[in-house]
Design a protein around this ligand. Structure first.
Ligand code: SF4
Length: 107
């Protein structure tokens, strides 16, 4: 029969277990699924991912915007989102949409 653990042994084992699992837990994907945020690959009114503050444009496209805010479908690659998992269509939309801050123009 196994000897019961002392309090010190128990705490040491819990500490070792936490040290082993903590990195894996902190790496866990915290982004939402597309279904949970009602993502769709077409805009709602004039709200679209390329105008959202969480949109990460594809590399090589500085801000995901073309032609004064218009983003013709098919001319841009897919991007990613800081909040939602997977590839994101610049013309998409979800309930987490948050407009980008406008940069003030100075004359
Ligand atoms: S939060 Fe939603 S609307 Fe904004 S970029 Fe991500 S998927 Fe698109």
């Amino acid at each position: 029969m196994a000897k019961p653990l002392t309090r010190r042994q128990f705490l040491q084992r819990i500490g070792a277990l936490a040290a082993l699992t903590w990195p894996a837990l902190t790496r866990a994907d915290t982004k939402a699924s597309k279904a949970s945020v009602h993502y769709r690959n077409h805009p709602l009114d004039h709200k679209m991912c390329s105008m959202c503050r969480y949109f990460l444009a594809p590399v090589g496209n500085s801000n995901g915007m073309m032609m004064r805010g218009l983003t013709p479908k098919g001319t841009m690659g897919v991007g990613h989102c800081q909040k939602v998992r997977g590839v994101i269509d610049p013309m998409g939309y979800c309930v987490l949409f948050t407009p980008r801050q406008r940069v003030p123009r100075y004359r």
